[in-house]
Design a protein around this ligand. Structure first.
Ligand code: CTP
Ligand code: MG
Length: 229
């Protein structure tokens, strides 16, 4: 394949406080990482780089092998860094072979539908990045301290999900720019856009939410129970 997906799973999960690094907290019998990888390996064949917390590479390897089935040769585990950006960099450095398209995916978005992963992979051209997004449903205000200073038209806003897809060369150059400038970005699309590149949006999914808190974990558990055969 000419496409790779970097699944970042090296965070500690401070807000979830699940007793283990977030990627290894169970949703059901399967971990958050395992569910994320089940979705990835159900998509079109692509190289899969799992970025694990230091000391948890073996556990990540187990989840990778279990999810990969006959595609085990497409997968590899590397060690992450102190920030998400460093973890993505470690993933980029581990790419091998003839890869021209790179997706970056949060393991924490464990229930992301395979259709979204395929749609992102199929939408990357040689130039622009691709970002799955959902409409914003909340009424939003701009605030200053405890004062509301402006209303925000939510029609102008959308919420970003992952995987985010990019042409490899431009993404690597953008990561190098960010490293040299010492700037930390909130997501890969922001880092890519800061390097002067266009990013297009496609439709995300309600199931692509990020498991951040215990309430999110409960939501994931409920969705799995509700969709069980
Ligand atoms: N991530 C990573 N390396 C880091 C920090 C985050 O690979 N140093 C990954 C996480 O594993 C997660 C994704 O980036 O899949 C999104 O990050 P987040 O949801 O913030 O996860 P954590 O940083 O683990 O959680 P928290 O911020 O609550 O500690
Ligand atoms: Mg975090």
């Amino acid at each position: 394949p000419h496409t790779a997906i970097i699944v970042v799973a090296a965070g500690s999960g401070t807000r979830l406080a699940g007793g283990a690094p977030k990627a290894f907290v169970g949703i059901d019998a399967r971990s958050i990482l395992r569910h994320a990888l089940d979705g990835v390996f159900a998509a079109q064949p692509m190289q899969v780089i799992v970025v694990a917390p230091a000391g948890f590479e073996g556990q990540a390897e187990s989840d990778l092998l279990a999810a990969a089935g006959e595609r085990a040769d497409l997968g590899r585990v590397v060690t992450g860094g102190a920030t998400r950006q460093e973890s993505v960099s470690a993933g980029l450095a581990a790419l091998w072979g003839d890869i021209d398209t790179v997706l970056v995916h949060d393991a924490a978005r464990a229930l992301t539908p395979t259709a979204v992963i395929d749609a992102v992979a199929d939408s990357v051209d040689g130039v622009a990045g691709v970002l799955p997004m959902l409409p914003v449903v909340d009424t939003l205000k701009k605030v200053d301290g405890d004062m509301i200073v402006a209303a925000i038209d939510r029609a102008e806003l959308a919420a970003a999900q992952t995987p985010q897809g990019f042409p490899r060369g431009a993404l690597e150059a953008a990561y190098e720019d960010a490293r040299e400038a010492g700037v930390e970005y909130t997501d890969d699309a922001a880092l890519f856009a800061a390097a002067g590149h266009a990013v297009r949006r496609i439709a995300g999914s309600e199931r692509g939410f990020k498991i951040t808190t215990q309430a999110d974990l409960e939501r994931a558990r409920h969705l799995l129970t509700a969709s069980a055969p």
